[in-house]
Write a protein that binds this ligand. Structure first.
Ligand SMILES: C[S@@+](CC[C@H](N)C(=O)[O-])C[C@H]1O[C@@H](n2cnc3c(N)ncnc32)[C@H](O)[C@@H]1O
Length: 296
């Protein structure tokens, strides 16, 4: 186990090594390790290789929570086998985990072959290269993500086809899981460009937040010990298992489904206003029972 001021390397049960934040008391990829988790949760679930292959023009991926770059590099390794143009936009408030990962590149393994590009990304905030028939243009937006989403600069970013959403947990990092953040994110998508977002959380609170923002929402694949994750998209075509009406009934009874409206963690039941809005969502509108929240 290796540590510096804010991070340490931890060895997981399967032998894979991952970065752990001492401030948040969270391991970045805690169950099956960085590469296996990034492949299951993002590469496979978002069908990135297939979508990239069929994409005319640049394929744009937003990497929210660059951290130690395991998700970003796993995506690049897969997509660089396919001819085309990749535009990767990474977001983070700090470069510390990436700098830490570079110091421990030999232990982590997944940075192999990319350390020069990562150093260029850190110093120039943008790096471009060609790998065979694939061109990569990787940009870093450094700063507070919720605040950045509300700037004019965010509106001029290339519109994503896929979003990897990997903040710390809602309890420790509530600012990254508020409903207004997901609304701001949804508003930045191009309606005519199909886009899917995946994240490790399966919480009802998150799913309600995404639905209210305008996303369609589905159950995501299992990764390691998590039996479910979440996938959201601006079109139902990108979701293989949309949340059914039975989920809506469970959300209504749950004690923790009301979205976070402020960056302060708490758990609360759905308010009547949220319940009404949920029933009006196109994913449920045609099936919702005619009932008020008070009639449970
Ligand atoms: C679990 S780590 C990400 C791990 C990373 N995806 C990887 O593959 O190594 C969460 C990241 O979210 C970033 N983050 C947390 N709050 C943020 C905020 N308000 N704005 C931007 N980034 C934030 C943290 O700095 C941290 O690097």
């Amino acid at each position: 186990m290796q540590a510096n001021a804010g991070y340490k390397i931890v060895r997981l049960k399967n032998g894979a090594q991952s970065v752990h934040s001492l401030a948040h008391l969270e391991t970045f990829h805690p169950v099956i390790g960085p590469v296996a988790e990034a492949e299951a949760l993002y590469v496979n679930q978002l069908r990135l290789a297939e979508r990239f292959e069929n994409c005319r023009g640049e394929f744009v991926v937003w990497d929210v929570g660059l951290g130690a770059a395991a998700n970003a590099l796993t995506v690049l390794r897969t997509l660089c086998r396919v001819p085309g143009s990749i535009r990767l936009v990474s977001f983070d408030a700090t470069l510390e985990p990436l700098q830490f990962a570079l110091e421990w590149a030999a232990e982590l393994g997944y940075l192999d072959g990319y350390t020069n590009q990562l150093r260029a990304l850190i110093s120039d905030k943008r790096v471009r290269w060609v790998a065979g028939q694939t061109t990569v243009d990787w940009q870093l937006c450094l700063g507070d993500f919720p605040a950045l989403l509300r700037t004019a600069a965010a509106r001029s970013l290339p519109k994503p086809h896929a979003i990897l959403f990997d903040a710390y947990s809602p309890a420790r990092n509530p600012a990254m899981w508020t409903q207004p953040l997901f609304s701001d994110l949804f508003k930045l998508l191009a309606p005519e460009r199909p886009c899917a977002l995946a994240t490790y959380s399966r919480s009802t609170m998150l799913r309600v937040s995404l639905l209210l923002a305008g996303f369609f929402v589905g159950s995501g694949h299992a990764t390691g010990e998590k039996e479910q994750t979440t996938i959201a998209a601006n079109t139902l075509d990108l979701i293989s298992e949309p949340l059914p009406h039975a989920w809506l009934r469970r959300a209504r009874k749950s004690t923790g489904s009301e979205p976070l409206w402020e960056p302060i963690y708490r758990q609360a039941q759905l308010t009547p206003t949220t319940w009404d809005r949920l029933q009006q969502h196109p994913q449920f509108r045609d099936f919702a029972p005619n009932a008020s929240l008070n009639s449970i």
